[in-house]
Design a protein around this ligand. Structure first.
Ligand SMILES: O=C(O)[C@H]1O[C@H](OP(=O)(O)OP(=O)(O)OC[C@H]2O[C@@H](n3ccc(=O)[nH]c3=O)[C@H](O)[C@@H]2O)[C@H](O)[C@@H](O)[C@@H]1O
Length: 413
């Protein structure tokens, strides 16, 4: 500019340049201020972060000082401590089994696809060095190193297993094949959670292990009943052909805390209905019978069977038999509820009588149920009462918004 322009042009250019320089100074000043502000903000953030971490440290220290983080766990020597896989370990029975095996000092891996299981059931172990939780569906293969497998994965409540019969079949067939394959590969012992449903609507009463059953292979319960029957067949095929060590527990009706509120089985239905003052729904006449065991008895039976040398199927249940109508009355009385009893239509293929013959378990495992029915029911009632309170306290009930007034007119949504 200097060299090319006239003096007049040169003067104008100088003025222009001065202006540009002034503008540049202003720009630089703005930049400086912004930088200063941002570094100030960062240091505030650092300060906040430091304060937060410090608070967190104090909170954690206080928590570990004043509270016990995990339930007490026994110390087991390397020789006695087992690596145990529980499929369906976040479910109702699985989570109680997890508690027992963890407290006994073993290393427990829980595998669950959370179809009916819940993280809440095992959250008290999360972070413990002996515990691992894997979100996995047993229909897909699993590659881990374990000594024992408790194979519990499957929906067990009729409304749940009938909701998706194909998935129920896949879980009990492909899922069981996958777990037996794993047992074979790593040389683990596998316990199958089978069921009293393998006896179908029984013509023999009470049911002992040598009864072959009376199952409708194309009825609504078949996905579960036949699924479990073929799962048992698979266990013995792997035992004979591949030398896999198997244990088969035929589990009869079981109840207790951590049953899902929407489980749909009779115990949780009746207790929740009685607690909420709703009618107790009896399907059919209520003359059909069942015998109910408390979950801790079952868990002790499962562990005793796994560690025994009994490879043939064993019934695990409480032989105290009641009609469903008697059962409804008992729950009403224990809750102190004024609920009515409502008779609904009978469920298709509903077994009319069921009661376990447990002589084999008594003789071979020295096991028998010890929790009386009423004591177990009172524990379950206490649990469901707390669950209802929990639900009520954690429910977000949106308040209706007042209608907005715009220019003197009510706005209609
Ligand atoms: O509780 C269990 O552990 C067993 O539950 C079910 O077998 P089910 O005996 O049919 O269980 P529930 O659904 O609890 O039914 C028991 C009886 O109560 C009746 N019921 C059920 C629910 C209800 O609201 N009202 C009612 O009268 C049913 O019709 C049936 O006669 C499963 O099929 C078994 O595999 C499982 O072992």
């Amino acid at each position: 500019i200097w060299s090319r322009g006239t003096s007049a042009e040169g003067g104008a250019s100088i003025v222009k340049l001065r202006r540009m320089r002034e503008q540049a100074y202003v720009l630089l000043w703005v930049c400086d201020v912004m930088q200063l502000l941002s570094s100030f903000q960062t240091s505030i953030q650092h300060c906040e972060e430091a304060t937060t971490s410090l608070t967190l440290c104090f909170a954690l220290a206080a928590r570990s000082l004043f509270t016990q983080k995990y339930p007490p766990v026994k110390f087991l020597s390397e020789k006695d401590r087992k690596r145990i896989l529980i499929t369906g370990g976040a479910g109702f029975v699985g989570s109680h089994l997890t508690d027992k095996l963890m407290m006994d000092g073993h290393e427990v891996t829980v595998v669950d696809n959370f179809f009916t299981g819940r993280k809440r059931n095992v959250e008290h172990w999360i972070g413990h060095e002996n515990f691992e939780l894997i979100n996995h569906d047993v229909v897909e293969p699993l590659y881990i190193e374990v000594d024992q497998i408790y194979h519990l994965a499957s929906p067990a409540s009729p409304p749940n297993y009938m909701y998706n019969p194909i998935k129920t079949l896949k879980t009990n067939t492909i899922g069981t094949l996958n777990m037996l394959g794993l047992a074979k590969r790593v040389g683990a012992r596998l316990l199958l959670a089978s069921t009293s449903e393998v006896y179908g609507d029984p013509e023999v009463h009470p049911q002992s292990e040598d009864y072959w059953g009376h199952v409708n292979p194309i009825g609504p319960r078949a996905c579960y009943d036949e699924g479990k029957r073929v799962a048992e067949t698979m266990c013995y095929a792997y035992m004979k052909q591949e030398g896999v060590e198997v244990r088969v527990a035929r589990i009869f009706n079981t109840f207790g805390p951590r049953m899902h509120m929407n489980d749909g089985r009779v115990v949780s239905n009746f207790i929740l209905q009685a607690l909420q003052g709703e009618p107790l729904t009896v399907y059919g006449s209520g003359s059909q019978t069942r015998a109910f065991q408390y979950v801790s008895d079952l868990v002790n039976g499962l562990v005793a069977l796994m560690n025994s040398n009994v490879s043939s199927p064993v019934n695990l249940g409480n032989p105290e038999e009641h009609t469903i109508l008697e059962f409804a009355q008992l729950i009403k009385n224990l809750v102190g509820s004024g609920s009515e009893i409502q008779f609904l239509s009978e469920a298709q293929d509903d077994p009319q009588k069921r009661k376990p013959d447990i002589r084999k378990a008594k003789m071979m495992l020295a096991w028998e149920p010890v929790v009386p029915l009423e004591e177990g029911l009172n524990k379950a009632i206490h649990y469901f009462r707390k669950e209802l309170e929990y639900q009520a306290n954690n429910q977000y009930i949106p308040k209706p918004k007042p209608a907005r007034i715009k220019k003197g007119r009510t706005r209609h949504n």
